[in-house]
Design a binder for this molecule. Structure first.
Ligand SMILES: [Zn+2]
Length: 442
């Protein structure tokens, strides 16, 4: 839809007065323009749409979700559940005890250490500033014990079956990312996990870990290794791949990890795989990271016993998944630092926000997509700004306990003094083409 310029709404009488005085006051104005309030009102050109004419590209790029970027101000907590599969008679795996629960809580805390304070990379790429905090945490919401000899032994790619068996008994666990400990095997792997899917809710994530501990002594369990394994699998749930066989290997790919592989073919790389610009790293649990003859690193996804580092672009990709992909439904958090829209933009994306959105004075936000807001978040339209919900939808995030805070159109504002005094009209909300704003408090 066409929008009428905000400038036209400014009181025309005071505009004339300004014109009369303008010639004599150019220097005065020039001096003031650097900080006077009305500059931001008058100067904003009413373009049809700004540089992100359609913000799809902006929202799709992993680098825009690196912690600290405007789109990622929020530390998010992913709710997880651990399900322990036993045989029909209750044997074959961990049994329920206070001590086991403590170990699993500790495992979660160590997981959080890894994601809050990731160890520095053993093989840093020159020119990259590495970060510690991924902005991702985990909270253990439930530990369940399930007796089913068939499911206790399932092998590869049965995560959905395990999930559904759990949901049949405990439907509320659909709200958590479920981690299953089973006896199964899958071509020598220690477990597997699924990637998130695009779009609203669709698929449920899962981790399947081949863990069966059928003795009583919990002290003999290699908890650290188990934690590293779970961290790796959760990385897959958040869209990370293996630097040793499945990461994007073309430097032109939008998701290429420059901060893991470097900007060009490695010196040691003689024969990249067909179609690849770089060589994959070596990946095995026992690979000696410090040995200059090896190419393994301490990356979280490297499959090494020394694994840990998460690169900034990996952090960006994981946080992008928490905004755009199905795995976002398990994540919660809010930052009071808003995301500011200060250009005319069209948003067609389906995206979850963990912060307020502020449409700044003089800007139009044209929404054709879907915004999923966490309960704490608001959408604020400043005076002289406009939100057009054009067939789009603003709603609360899936599995929210409560509504979101709603749209706040700020009242009109008087600025300047004497002849420069003018009024910026109140923020404007336009709903058209069956646009929807729902499940809000206000
Ligand atoms: Zn893996």
């Amino acid at each position: 839809m066409k929008s009428s310029p905000v400038g036209a709404r400014i009181n025309s009488k005071s505009k004339k007065l300004i014109i009369v005085f303008v010639s004599g006051l150019i220097i005065f104005l020039f001096h003031f323009s650097a900080f006077s309030q009305f500059e931001s009102i008058k100067i904003k050109p009413q373009k049809t749409y700004g540089p992100f004419e359609n913000a799809r590209l902006f929202f799709s790029h992993q680098k825009n979700y690196i912690p600290g970027e405007p789109l990622n101000q929020t530390v998010k907590t992913i709710y997880i559940a651990i399900n322990i599969w036993q045989k029909d008679d209750g044997t074959g795996n961990f049994t329920e005890s206070e001590a086991l629960y403590d170990h699993l809580l500790e495992l979660t805390e160590r997981l959080n250490m890894h994601f809050r304070s990731t160890p520095p990379p053993t093989h840093p790429v020159k020119g990259i500033e590495y970060l510690r905090d991924s902005h991702i945490r985990f909270e253990l919401k439930d530990v369940g014990f399930y007796q089913n000899t068939d499911l206790y032994e399932v092998g590869c790619f049965e995560g959905n079956r395990l999930n559904e068996a759990v949901f049949a008994i405990s439907p509320e666990k659909r709200k958590f990312l479920n981690i299953h400990f089973t006896k199964g095997t899958c071509r020598g792997a220690s477990g597997y996990a699924n990637y998130p899917s695009s779009g609203s809710s669709g698929s449920d994530s899962y981790v399947v870990s081949f863990v069966k501990h059928d003795r009583d002594d919990l002290e003999s369990v290699q908890w650290w290794a188990l934690m590293l394994h779970v961290a790796h699998e959760l990385g897959h749930n958040l869209e990370l791949r293996h630097p040793y066989n499945s990461e994007f290997c073309q430097t032109s790919h939008p998701d290429f990890l420059f901060d893991l592989f470097g900007f060009e073919k490695q010196e040691w790389c003689n024969n990249p795989r067909p179609g690849c610009d770089i060589c994959f790293h070596e990946g095995s649990w026992g690979c000696a990271i410090e040995d200059p003859e090896t190419t393994c690193t301490n990356n979280l996804m490297g499959g090494n016993r020394g694994a840990g580092n998460i690169t900034p672009l990996q952090m960006g990709r994981m946080n992008r998944a928490l905004a755009l992909k199905s795995v976002r439904k398990y994540a919660w958090g809010y930052s009071s630092v808003p995301y500011e829209v200060d250009l005319d933009q069209t948003w067609a994306a389906d995206i979850k926000f963990y912060q307020d959105i502020v449409v700044k004075t003089g800007s139009n936000l044209h929404l054709t997509g879907t915004l999923k807001m966490v309960p704490e978040a608001s959408l604020i339209i400043e005076p002289g700004a406009r939100l057009i919900v054009d067939g789009g939808r603003i709603t609360n995030a899936l599995y929210s306990d409560t509504n979101w805070q709603g749209v706040i159109a700020e009242p009109s504002l008087k600025t300047g003094f004497l002849f420069w005094r003018r009024e910026i009209p109140e923020g404007e909300l336009v709903i058209t083409n069956n646009g929807i704003i729902e499940n809000y408090f206000r």
